[in-house]
Design a protein around this ligand. Structure first.
Ligand code: NAP
Length: 310
């Protein structure tokens, strides 16, 4: 029986595990892939304090991992398929892994974050892996010297359009409104980039191509109704995130999009289950806020475990 099992090894999960083990709790960390989470597919992180010249996503992930490595945290590999209360009231919990024996814990910290959402345009599945991508850092290099498009208006779309502009010939940045949602600092950089064409008030009606891969986008201006075609051999989709929260018990309250509702101490509606990072219903999703959530959740778990032991 663990005191706490942390699910997910991104910035929130690694921080929670670090604070839990340093508090003397018997802790396990379940990780489905390499530690780091979303930062592994982020080229440069410019706004995490302590790195004034920015830090590459994989470098920060390595540093987080190096910080946790000396501590006695059990590292469990694989996906969690379910977390089940062992009593009607809640904890302890049984954590069911897709492979291997289940483990039990007095408390669970859900840090599984969110995954990139699909655009939902015709052709998206046909050309997935043949032009359509959700990771510029992973796939951008295939398009060196070629033309690509990015869809979305948040920080991810702006940042990744900038990243791609340094590799490819031209980037069309397509957004459905006239105003971007992403930070002003990225908006200014995108506007200043000579090889980024900003296409606003525009939606993608279809992704087109041939057996060789995608080659263009059928687009529509939603203000004028004008139809057009944008030449692009790659489309990078950054239209928001969906939470990875389906494995949690139904008694854990979620918002309408499936993100977990917590209080300021990272407690969910089910005592003994805590949530931290991008999986939470909140406005500000940053590495810095994920780290803060992870630390807060760990301190709440400590109080909860001490109370249940008393
Ligand atoms: P986001 O902020 O939710 O932005 C999603 C964008 O996609 C919005 O501009 C939205 O348009 C657009 N969109 C949604 N559905 C669409 C559809 N079906 N068709 C066309 N466009 C669609 O998502 P994100 O950029 O992935 O960022 C997620 C979170 O991580 C945010 O909190 C973000 O601030 C954070 N983040 C931070 C950084 C950083 O600070 N360095 C980097 C990356 C991400 P509307 O604007 O019209 O709604």
């Amino acid at each position: 029986m663990y005191d706490a099992v942390v699910i997910g090894a991104g910035p929130a999960g690694i921080t929670a595990a670090l604070y839990l083990v340093r508090s003397g709790l018997r802790t396990a960390l379940v990780e489905s892939s390499a530690p780091g989470g979303q930062i592994l597919s982020t080229a440069e992180i410019e706004n995490y304090p302590g790195f004034p010249k920015s830090v590459k996503g994989w470098e920060l992930a390595d540093l987080f991992e190096a910080h946790l490595a000396p501590y006695p945290v059990d590292r469990l590999r694989g996906e969690v398929s379910a977390v089940e209360p062992t009593s009607g009231e809640g904890g302890p919990f049984r954590i069911i892994l897709a492979e291997g024996a289940p483990v039990e814990a007095k408390a669970v910290v859900a840090c599984t974050g969110a995954r990139h959402r699909k655009l939902g345009a015709p052709g998206e599945d046909t050309y997935a892996g043949m032009g359509v991508s959700y990771c510029a850092v992973c796939d951008g290099n295939f398009y060196r010297g070629r033309r690509v498009a990015v869809v979305g208006g948040g920080n991810s779309a702006l940042e990744e359009a900038l990243y791609l502009s340094r590799i490819v010939d031209r980037v069309s940045l397509i957004h459905r409104r006239s105003a971007f949602r992403g930070s002003m600092v990225y908006q200014e950089k995108v506007r200043a980039a000579e090889n980024i064409d900003i296409v606003t008030d525009t939606v993608i009606d279809e992704i087109r191509g041939s057996k060789a891969g995608m080659d263009s986008l059928a687009v529509r201006n939603i203000v004028t109704g004008e139809l057009g075609t944008i030449a692009a051999e790659g489309l990078f989709v950054y239209v928001g995130m969906d939470p990875v929260s389906a494995y949690l018990p139904a008694a854990v309250e979620k918002d309408s999009a499936g993100f977990i509702n917590t209080d300021a101490e990272m407690r969910t509606s089910l005592p003994g289950i805590f949530a931290a990072g991008d999986i939470r219903s909140k406005h500000c999703r940053q590495v810095s806020t994920a780290v803060g959530d992870g630390a807060t959740a760990a301190m709440s778990v400590l109080a909860y475990v001490e109370q249940t032991n008393a």
